[in-house]
Design a protein around this ligand. Structure first.
Ligand code: NAD
Length: 306
């Protein structure tokens, strides 16, 4: 069945996602503030609209893929945008934003007589292009079922995580695990270096022992053991450090709002924010191993614990 889809935000992620929907035979009305993003989308078969309102008018489903919560909320709070859509339209926000912002966006859509789903993704630009993204969805069962065939066009897996905001919650919790575990793996390699342990020896043991994790076996932060990891390619992303810093910042906001003193999550957010603002600006997030090594080099030698 052909669905008419309004697609707003045709950047690195939204561009290929909209292209995949169009290639699957859906009618996609795309809009982006950047003329070059609009032109690139037009070349992939997306029909271009001259405003977000025009993209929403007459759409069965409106998908947004925008940089941050402020962009999503200012659009959802623009009454002209929500009013342009037929009552009962399904609004699906795939951007990565604060859980609180996602819930506010749901409320705005519902107050305007529509339905909403938050459906952030993991898988990066490569996954958006290859239609292998994983979607984490928050909202009603009926809304998820309705969106599922479209999510299946853009990705390989969609998990319904619960009510409004649950998709964003799953996304930031998962990325908090990833950010912390990458720092843990990096610290282990730096300690191993100081103890005269080769990277390969530590990898051979930890990858088949209880230290095994994705940060080690797929995205290993030191060159050598995993030939496909960004560490072997000048730390080119991959998953860029500024995106990890953004996601950990969202996790830190949620921790503070909930009054949870999660020492590692909060510290990881600080470390990635500093790294992303310095040498990590254009690096894969596994480049954090350099920041860990630099910090370790400056640390005073302490006493041993008896
Ligand atoms: P991007 O900056 O490449 O694209 C965002 C697009 O939104 C831009 O083209 C911008 O012009 C447009 N835009 C901003 N405000 C707009 C408005 N009001 N109306 C219309 N267009 C508007 O960003 P991206 O890399 O595509 O990321 C999009 C979202 O996906 C972010 O929330 C990001 O955190 C998330 N995400 C990105 C990746 C990744 O690897 N890039 C991975 C997972 C999740």
């Amino acid at each position: 069945m052909t669905t008419v889809i309004g697609f707003i935000g045709l950047g690195h992620m939204g561009g290929p996602m909209a292209a995949n929907l169009s290639a699957a035979g859906h009618r996609v009305l795309g809009f982006d503030l950047a003329p070059e993003a609009l032109a690139a989308a037009a070349a992939t078969g997306v029909e271009t609209a001259d405003s977000a309102r025009a993209a929403a008018a007459g759409a069965d489903v409106v998908i947004t893929m925008l940089p941050a919560g402020s962009h999503v909320l200012s659009l959802y709070r623009d009454e002209g945008f929500l009013a342009a859509a037929e009552p009962g339209t399904l609004f699906v926000d795939c951007s990565t934003i604060d859980v609180a912002d996602a819930r506010a966006a749901h409320e705005a859509a519902v107050a305007a007589g529509h339905r909403a789903l938050d459906a952030p993704v993991s898988g990066g630009v490569v996954g958006a292009e290859a239609a292998t993204l994983t979607f984490m969805a928050g909202g009603g069962e009926a809304e998820f079922s309705e969106a599922e065939p479209l999510l299946a066009v853009m990705g390989r897996r969609a998990v319904h995580c619960g009510g409004a905001g649950a998709g964003q919650a799953a996304k930031i919790c998962n990325n908090m695990i990833l950010g912390i575990s990458m720092i843990a793996v990096s610290e282990a390699f730096v300690l191993g270096e100081s103890l005269g342990l080769s990277h390969q020896a530590l990898y051979d043991v930890a990858s088949t022992a209880s230290g095994r994790c994705w940060a080690l076996t797929t995205n290993c932060p030191v060159p050598g053991p995993v030939p496909t990891s960004p560490a072997n390619h000048d730390y080119r992303p991959g998953f860029a450090a500024p995106l990890m810093a953004k996601d950990l910042g969202l996790a830190a906001n949620a921790l503070r709002a909930a009054g949870i003193d999660a020492a590692l999550g909060l510290r990881a957010a600080e470390m990635y924010a500093a790294f992303a603002e310095a040498s990590g600006a254009t690096q894969d997030f596994s480049g954090i191993v350099h920041a860990v090594r630099d910090t370790a080099a400056g640390a005073p030698k302490g006493t041993t614990i008896a």
